[in-house]
Design a protein around this ligand. Structure first.
Ligand code: MLT
Length: 312
């Protein structure tokens, strides 16, 4: 293995497969984005991008793993808003999102949808709100753990309804969706990157979308705001990270491959079908991700501390 200092080592990078760590279960929304992205990036890198699902603790185990990984340009992490909410949600976090990583860039923004099991006796947002208020903690809400966006959305939902559901955590929203389809849980808030196929096949009840405006892929779905939850908004963003100390040459090459993927029709069409929007070029850079992350740590930290949800 050549030292990074030599020109030939830098030219040879990457000379073996690269690992892209996904903090949630295979088949779920984060995994769907990661696999399509990795396949597209591999075309530029000339090496395969291996998806490694490291689940647990709402994504924080994966982040911790990558923060401590050898910074050699062969381990990266894809994560969403959870990177920014973790410091407020976990009092004893073993890594710092703002100081323990090198930043590559952002990928795509994804709306969320509020779903019920197919036979839930509630229709539309008005029906959902009535059902939620009447049944309170008898309602089972699935999520992907403290730090998942499904948890973030569920937390804001309960807060704005003034109800407390019974929360059931899974290793990702792929198993949470399986539980919803099987009728073992009642409600799930999840990203369109996983939910659109289930919504289109009418295997779940759709109550609304979590963006302030309606979305192109589900034009008939009302926003939660239209449904009566004023100002309700959760938008999911995705960043790619490396352990701090990763050689700048490796970051630059990985970023070039990322930008190429964000223009690759195979990737962009798949994202469009699933309701995801590729980020503008200003967010595709390391600086674009770092600045955004800081603003999100500040934004969600404030909201979460107000609600007062956290783990020791
Ligand atoms: C979540 O945060 O809810 C995740 O996106 C879940 C997942 O990817 O499984």
């Amino acid at each position: 293995c050549l030292a990074w200092g030599s020109a030939s080592a830098q030219n040879a990078y990457p000379n073996h497969p690269i690992s892209l760590v996904v903090p949630f279960a295979a088949g779920g929304p984060t995994d769907v984005v990661a696999r399509s992205l990795g396949a597209s990036m591999a075309k530029t890198l000339g090496q395969s991008v291996i998806i490694e699902n490291r689940t647990g603790a709402g994504g924080t185990l994966a982040s911790q793993h990558v923060a401590r990984a050898t910074p050699d340009g062969y381990t990266f992490l894809i994560h969403h808003n959870g990177m920014a909410t973790a410091p407020a949600l976990y009092r004893k976090l073993s890594f710092n999102p703002l100081t323990d990583f090198a930043y590559v860039g952002q990928v795509a923004d994804v709306p969320m949808t509020l779903l019920g099991r197919k036979d839930l006796p509630a229709d539309g947002m008005a029906g959902f709100i009535k059902y939620a208020k009447e049944n309170g903690n008898k309602v089972n809400l699935a999520n992907a753990g403290l730090g998942a966006v499904s948890q973030l959305c569920g937390m804001l939902l309960q807060e704005s309804l003034g109800v407390q559901f019974t929360t059931i955590p899974y290793a990702g929203t792929a198993p949470a969706m399986t539980a919803l389809l099987g009728g073992q849980v009642d409600v799930l808030c999840d990203q369109t990157t996983q939910t659109i196929p289930q919504i289109k096949a009418e295997r779940v009840k759709l109550f609304g979308v979590t963006t302030l405006d309606r979305i192109k892929t589900l034009p008939d779905a009302p926003t939660l705001q239209e449904g009566g939850l004023k100002g309700f908004e959760v938008k999911v963003w995705h960043g790619v990270y490396a352990p701090k100390g990763t050689p700048p040459e490796a970051i630059a090459k990985f970023n070039t491959a990322l930008r190429a993927a964000l223009k690759d029709p195979v990737f962009t069409q798949k994202m469009a079908e699933l309701g995801a929007e590729i980020v503008p070029e200003s967010k595709q850079s390391p600086e674009g991700l770092q600045t955004w992350l800081q603003s999100e740590v500040d934004k969600w930290g404030g909201i979460i501390r107000k609600v007062g949800v956290y783990a020791d």
